[in-house]
Design a protein around this ligand. Structure first.
Ligand SMILES: Cc1ncc(COP(=O)(O)O)c(C=O)c1O
Length: 406
């Protein structure tokens, strides 16, 4: 890792999908939660197979107040050790080995393992655009894309059983609008395709009215949770996942949530969740922190301000360097296009460019391969892993690199 005084030749890992910006605030509150209280007896025992009732109450109330804007009943959520466990177990229950899962591309590469390793699902990437278009931070997935995907999957002899949407998205930071989600839900219900909306980055929103980025957006749009549609439709085909790895920057705590109105699914999930439980000690500490409404409200506001500052800094440099990018509305990422610096549109050329950026600047980007998009030369840049001054040093090196190539 780069450090101005101790390691000026160090690297900049902008590939880690983690938020380190607000940990000092949270650390202090967690220390307060566990330092001065006697550990209750239940912590040492087995608890419910989706979490202890105290924890589920705290999580459902936290989600209702801060994320979903509608009441999530505690009996409609279950918790597991991270969103990864949630995605794996949910897909194992909802689908059969060999089914296809539709995922709009570009998207999180590790979905391939989450849905493939144990559930045996085949990833079907739904590419909705070829080049970076000025899409104003919204996904442009339509029913036409879904119909095409279903037909292609059918032709390959498989069944499209699951559609997974991430909002805000990894890596584009795009949002799905309520109107769009409503139409997609109706289509999924009609076609008996399970729809899982992953809101893991739901509170990691950027202030799009920041002076350095506001020209990228035609309108401001607050995050609106899929939970509101689920509550209205109460369909067994609609599900939502959440977790604290990103919005609270505590991926090491391992805490994920599934929310559904499908009673049989929830029963099966609880039945199979024993290997994935969140440790009771973690449940106990987080119950205290999540129930502190005042603290959490302030935390979310400060965290979003920090995310916005770092995001705007990256965009300032990309604009100066004329590097195309998709304007994000949330998440921890910028999806950018360096393809003009490749001689060919090939995996090899993308890999060479990625290696060249790393060797020359120390910036470790994530190459586009694996995100399911056809066009090579696109990369993911995480702006929340490094503190502002370190991030700026990395961006200065990227500027030198690009200016030397131009
Ligand atoms: C879209 C998405 N889902 C799931 C995960 C995994 O989350 P967790 O650490 O809670 O398992 C990530 C992590 O990067 C992610 O980006």
């Amino acid at each position: 890792m780069y450090d101005a005084s101790t390691n000026p030749d160090g690297q900049f890992p902008v590939n880690m999908a983690e938020n380190n910006l607000s940990w000092p605030d949270l650390k202090e509150r967690i220390e307060q939660a566990i330092s001065f209280k006697e550990i209750p007896k239940w912590v040492s025992n087995y608890t419910g197979m989706g979490g202890s009732s105290e924890f589920l109450e705290a999580v459902s109330s936290f989600m209702s107040t801060h994320l979903t804007g509608c009441t999530i009943k505690q009996e409609r959520i279950l918790t597991s050790a991270g969103a990864t466990a949630v995605l794996e177990l949910a897909s194992w229950i909802l689908c059969d080995d060999g089914d296809a899962v539709g995922i709009p591309a570009p998207s999180y590469p590790v979905y391939s393992q989450d849905f493939g390793n144990k559930s045996g699902l085949v990833r079907h990437d739904i590419v909705t655009y070829e080049d970076l278009i000025n899409n104003d931070g919204f996904s442009n997935l339509t029913i036409k894309h879904l119909k095409k995907a279903r037909t292609a999957v059918k032709k390959s002899g498989k069944k499209l059983r699951l559609l997974v949407l991430t909002t805000p998205d990894n890596p584009t930071g795009c949002l799905y609008t309520q109107g769009q989600l409503e139409k997609i839900s109706d289509w999924c219900i009609k076609k008996k395709v399970h729809l899982l909306v992953n809101e893991l980055y739901g509170l990691s929103m950027i202030h799009t009215n920041h002076p350095d980025i506001k020209d990228d957006y035609k309108e401001e749009m607050a995050f609106t949770s899929f939970a509101q549609i689920m509550k209205r439709k109460k369909s067994g085909y609609l599900h939502m996942s959440y977790g604290l790895s990103k919005d609270l920057g505590i991926s090491g705590f391992r805490m994920g949530v599934i929310h559904s109105f499908n009673e049989s699914f929830l029963k099966a999930y609880a039945n199979l969740n024993a290997p994935h439980l969140v440790s009771n000690l973690t449940q106990w500490a987080l119950t205290d922190v999540l129930s502190d409404q005042d603290f959490m409200s302030h935390y979310i506001i400060k965290n979003q301000a920090r995310l916005t500052t770092n995001y705007a800094l990256v965009i300032k440099y990309l604009k100066k360097l004329r590097i195309p990018y998709l304007p994000a509305r949330g998440s921890l990422f910028v999806w950018l296009d360096l393809s003009v610096y490749m001689k060919r549109n090939s995996k090899k050329a993308e890999h060479e460019l990625w290696q060249n950026v790393y060797d020359t600047t120390g910036l470790l980007l994530t190459p586009g391969e694996g995100f399911g998009h056809k066009k090579r030369g696109q990369f993911r840049f995480v702006y929340s892993f490094l503190q502002r001054d370190v991030l700026e040093e990395g961006l200065k090196r990227l500027s030198n690199f690009v200016n030397n190539l131009s």
